[in-house]
Design a protein around this ligand. Structure first.
Ligand code: NAD
Length: 259
């Protein structure tokens, strides 16, 4: 039954992932909350999730490490018995010109959101196939469909996530499993706050001007998307009436990719 589903969300201690965790907790699901923070540092996020209901458990893993990505699904299955819904949300960002981007940052960005999605999908899929039901939701970005300067690793990663999503969707199209990407425009989260500061430094502008003229320049609505809007779509995709939505890259971007 929908309210008894087990949902793993990576990067769920903050921002979009936290909003998604709260949405599934409110629906009564068992929520496996993943983060890179220590148990102590994850306590405030866990309290917010517990505050809305459901059953939540915290799983620490550094997804830059392939072994920890590989193990995460098994650890969640050990605790909750299974995984019905996998949300690959963890992601990091670095703003730098391509010839100034440190190779370690390039590899870390790709490891945390693209490689880790491959590892978690690979680990979760056999059990979903056995049950003939599953939902995989990968949080890509408007940058999975469009580029911006100074974000080579991030844009490459997010395009890669869309490609991975489409391919896995085709591989399981005849089963009860769907695989989709959500492509948000700018959502006001800690990740975006860091970018505003980085861009302000790089472009020698003040932060308000960066928000208005740089960050929201590509977003025709001129409003940040709210994390709850992403969470609602993720929850919708897990419903049985969403069973024919698969292999899609769903934009929630205030019109960004309409241009
Ligand atoms: P955030 O910075 O608020 O949260 C990032 C999460 O990733 C945290 O829970 C953190 O624990 C986790 N994380 C960071 N490094 C990790 C590591 N090494 N291993 C494991 N987990 C790690 O970010 P957010 O803005 O909520 O973004 C969440 C996702 O949404 C990301 O994939 C991001 O690219 C994507 N996204 C964000 C926006 C936006 O405007 N905020 C827009 C489009 C897409």
């Amino acid at each position: 039954r929908a309210e008894h589903r087990v949902v793993l969300i990576t990067g769920a201690t903050s921002g979009i992932g936290l909003a998604i965790a709260k949405r599934f907790a409110a629906a009564g699901c068992a929520v496996a909350v993943h983060g890179v923070e220590s148990e102590d540092d994850a306590t405030p996020a866990m309290a917010k999730i517990a505050g809305v209901g459901g059953k939540a458990h915290y799983f620490h893993a550094d997804l830059a490490d392939p072994a920890q990505s590989r193990d995460l699904v098994a650890r969640v299955a050990d605790t909750f018995g299974t995984i019905d819904v996998l949300v690959n949300n963890a992601g990091i960002q670095k703003v730098a010109a391509v010839d100034e981007l440190d190779p370690s940052d390039w590899h870390r960005i790709i490891a945390v959101s693209l490689d880790s999605a491959y590892y978690t999908i690979r680990a979760a899929l056999p059990e979903m196939k056995r049950k003939d039901w599953g939902r995989i939701i990968n949080i890509s970005s408007a940058h999975g469909l469009r580029a911006s300067p100074y974000k080579s690793a991030y844009v490459a990663t997010k395009h890669g996530v869309v490609g991975l999503t489409k391919t896995v969707a085709l591989e399981v199209a005849e089963t009860g499993i769907t695989v989709n990407a959500i492509c948000p425009g700018y959502v006001h989260t800690p990740l975006v706050a860091t970018q505003v500061a980085d861009q302000a430094r790089l472009r020698k502008m003040d932060e308000d001007a960066v928000i208005r003229d740089i960050m929201l320049a590509p977003q025709p609505s001129k409003r940040f998307v709210r994390a709850e809007e992403i969470a609602e779509m993720a929850h919708y995709l897990t419903g049985d009436l969403a069973r024919s939505i698969t292999g899609a890259a769903i934009s929630i971007d205030g019109g960004w990719t309409a241009k």
